[in-house]
Design a protein. Structure first.
Length: 355
């Protein structure tokens, strides 16, 4: 019987949707813990092992994004079609959640609304500049503290077609990643370190994985899966050491992405990772401060999870999926895709070109 463990992975078959759902759930757990104790006026953290992995989750999201968007642009290097795909992937659901959270909090917390700040809040957040206006409620530091990553994603999408000629060259890709990591660990101001230059190395890692994907075998995926628990242990062992924490989060992200490149599950769950990521924070603010204030954490967490998942499913079905369909139709009407760009300067074989 032929050994398939060293066979190259089929890039079209993977469990990355399942991985994204796991990552979004880790972020939900972390924010549930934080917002509960902020509402209670305490700083205690529940000893949940998984809760502290949200930074790994966000780093892994960036790695996945770098890998998939690079491959998408390589296969159809038309800048207009690329931007159309990205716009309809990100913004319909994003803008819907933004409007929904404004309406809900204006109704649920009318006496706390700072009405003079509301127009600027809407304008800034519509442009993903949530750091300029994180809230419009008195006493609530942030309405949706998850949105800081969206501007990084959007900025990367804008830059990718412009940087693509450099990214296909391995030395320049490595240099870009090193400069970005130096920015992330060398800047003292945490807010600046979290902007695109400081996170670009994670996208660069994803690009490297995209270029190596045809060489990744099932054996590599299994080894990465087995290494992931060790990465978790090492990450907690280096708690407080910022540079090592950044490295371990990135390394663990690489292990997870490689592991889930293999289709361990024959059927993946509904992909609500993006909409769950968008809705969970305002839902948790609503639950901890207005619906169940002072209730035990188990009740707050259960209510937050149920409401977040229900909203995520609804927005995915009513907004995200129709928008993706519309985006695909617009892209298909814009002309035939151009020939894929090579990974390393060599012509793309005819059999590797998308149909």
């Amino acid at each position: 019987m032929k050994d398939k463990s060293n066979a190259p992975r089929d890039a079209r078959r993977n469990n990355l949707d399942s991985l994204r759902l796991i990552l979004a759930s880790l972020v939900v757990l972390e924010h549930a813990n934080n917002l509960f104790h902020v509402a209670q006026g305490t700083s205690y953290r529940f000893p949940f092992f998984l809760v502290n992995l949200s930074d790994v989750a966000v780093s892994t999201f960036f790695v996945i994004s770098g890998m998939l968007t690079y491959d998408s642009y390589r296969r159809d290097p038309d800048i207009i079609r690329f931007y159309l795909r990205r716009m309809f992937r990100v913004f319909p659901a994003y803008w819907s959640v933004l409007l929904l959270q404004v309406v809900v909090f204006c109704l649920a917390a009318t006496t706390l609304v700072l009405w003079d700040r509301l127009p600027f809040y809407l304008a800034a957040n519509a442009l993903t500049a949530n750091f300029l206006a994180p809230t419009f409620l008195e006493g609530v530091p942030a309405i949706n503290g998850s949105l800081w990553t969206i501007k990084i994603e959007a900025s990367y999408y804008l830059l990718l077609p412009l940087l693509f000629p450099l990214l296909v060259r391995s030395p320049l890709l490595l240099l870009l990643g090193l400069l970005s990591f130096a920015w992330a660990v060398g800047i003292e101001h945490g807010t600046l370190a979290k902007q695109l230059p400081g996170k670009l190395y994670l996208f660069a890692i994803g690009i490297a994985l995209a270029r190596l994907s045809s060489r990744i075998t099932e054996r590599h995926a299994l080894i990465a899966l087995l290494l992931a628990p060790l990465g978790i242990v090492l990450k907690f062992a280096t708690e407080g050491l910022f540079i090592l924490q950044e490295l371990m989060a990135a390394a663990l992200g690489v292990c997870l992405v490689i592991a889930f490149m293999r289709p361990w599950l024959q059927r993946e769950p509904m992909d609500i990772s993006y909409t769950l990521y968008l809705v969970h924070y305002p839902v948790l603010v609503l639950v901890t401060r207005f619906l169940f204030p002072g209730q035990p954490f188990a009740i707050v967490l259960a209510a937050g999870l149920v409401l977040s998942v229900l909203l995520a499913v609804l927005i995915s079905l009513l907004i995200e999926r129709p928008a993706l369909g519309l985006g695909r139709r617009l892209v298909s009407r814009s002309g035939k895709p151009r020939a894929p760009r090579p990974m390393n300067g060599a012509p793309v074989p005819a059999q590797d070109k998308p149909t």
